[in-house]
Write a protein that binds this ligand. Structure first.
Ligand SMILES: [Zn+2]
Length: 418
């Protein structure tokens, strides 16, 4: 019989979270420097979202990359070389394009040539996903929240509808941190919102038509726009924001709270899952307990809470024990800190009420990073399960059953993928 590690290496993956965007993922002109800039390694050099105290002109991840030179790579490889995002990406690039070791002054030009040539091949991305054992992908294409991923990437893709713009849609000119306008999105679907009442009705239509765009969930990434304290809806103050170019802080918050509550109720009535980013982001407001009242007000809504709410994993696990409408997407937490991930996964296995609760995604832009992330996921989850078996916590058969659920079966059921 094969070892637990071999068993895990052979599992097919339903990848519940990526940022595969047509303009980045399907771009045929990609160089080595771009792979660093358009990945979490890029976040070591420039955080791609502003804090409330900052402004930005454009998203550095979506800006054109310059030519690859050794001097341009050194800041990533040496200055930021200890960071896990960098280590993960270097592993992906060298395994797919080189000798699997390192990027050096001697070999970078050969790697650059290989990256450019492979990305010009029409089948490159699909072949890497196959190689990584990824069978289905759910992408969050935040540059176009209405993207039909089936049409953009093929039948093994679905997408989620990011709701950030909707929660910031008090005025036709208001936009979320990705630059999306709710009113422009609605107009593309022929929906008009001349009044607050019309707006709520248009959002209902948007949710009703999710399946026509092969969208399988709502995605709340508002932790990048505001805090996640989605309080009891206050319709009066929310309505005061409507039509204003610059509503007060209290009016904006009430508007966002009201819209998020409305969408969570619509999702619950239709049994559509809601993904929510927790942790890091605008870090003063992203603690998972701030979102507890939203989860509690909507017991029929299935929430998929993301990233183990790093660095507050234990608080999130406590919530997932108390509120039985919480599922956990392990995505990104393993890239932020593999050491913390292993500790948190040990605890998650112990405290979660049943084996349906855990899922995994890559959370990446280019296929090299997705490949490396899923390899890391198999390694770390394998190590934790092996430790659990060795300590006598459960038997190897239990570990195998749980692994198959984490990598694939839970996601198929949770998102009702056929
Ligand atoms: Zn993400």
């Amino acid at each position: 019989m094969s070892s637990l590690k071999e068993f895990i290496a052979g599992l097919g993956i339903v990848d519940v979270h990526e940022h595969h965007l047509p303009e980045v993922f399907s771009n045929r002109e990609v160089n080595l420097l771009q792979l660093f800039q358009q990945s979490y390694a890029g976040w070591t050099r420039a955080r791609p979202y502003p804090l409330p105290s900052e402004t930005r002109d454009s998203d550095p991840m979506l800006a054109a990359a310059g030519p690859t030179t050794w001097e341009a790579l050194v800041p990533y490889l040496e200055h930021c070389g200890s960071n896990c995002f960098v280590r993960n990406l270097v592993r992906g690039i060298t395994e797919l394009h080189g000798d699997g070791k390192d990027i050096t002054r001697e070999n970078w030009e050969a790697l650059e040539a290989a990256v450019r040539e492979r990305h010009r091949q029409a089948d490159w991305c699909a072949s890497v996903l196959r190689n990584a054992g990824i069978e289905r992908v759910i992408t969050d294409p935040y540059s176009d929240p209405l993207l039909n991923a089936h049409e953009a990437f093929g039948k093994h893709y679905n997408s989620v509808l990011r709701i950030n713009a909707l929660a910031c849609g008090w005025h036709p000119d208001s936009r979320d941190h990705n630059g999306n306008s709710a009113h422009s999105l609605l107009a593309r679907l022929g929906l008009e919102a001349a009044s607050f009442h019309d707006y709520l009705a248009a959002l209902e239509k948007l949710v009703e038509d999710l399946t026509s765009r092969h969208q399988v969930a709502l995605k709340n990434a508002l932790a990048y726009d505001r805090d996640v304290a989605f309080d009891e809806p206050d319709e009066k103050t929310a309505r005061q924001a409507w039509g204003k170019w610059s509503p007060s802080v209290a009016e904006r918050k009430a508007f966002g709270d009201f819209i998020v509550d409305h969408l969570c109720r619509l999702a619950g009535e239709r049994d559509i899952p809601v993904q929510m980013h927790l942790g890091t982001a605008i870090i003063r407001g992203s603690h998972p307990l701030k979102a507890a009242s939203l989860v509690e007000r909507h017991p029929r809504t299935r929430f998929l809470l993301m990233h183990l709410a790093y660095p507050w994993s234990r608080d999130l696990l406590g919530m997932a024990f108390v509120y039985r409408n919480i599922w956990l997407d392990l995505t990104w937490s393993l890239l932020l800190s593999p050491s913390h991930f292993k500790l948190a996964l040990h605890e998650a296995i112990e405290i979660l009420p049943d084996e349906s609760r855990l899922m995994i995604g890559g959370d990446n832009w280019h296929v090299e990073e997705t490949y490396a992330t899923m390899k890391l996921a198999r390694q770390l989850i394998g190590e934790v399960l092996e430790e659990k078996v060795e300590s006598g916590y459960f038997r190897e058969a239990d570990a195998r059953r749980l692994a198959a659920r984490i990598f694939k079966e839970n996601a198929l059921r949770f998102f009702k993928l056929t």
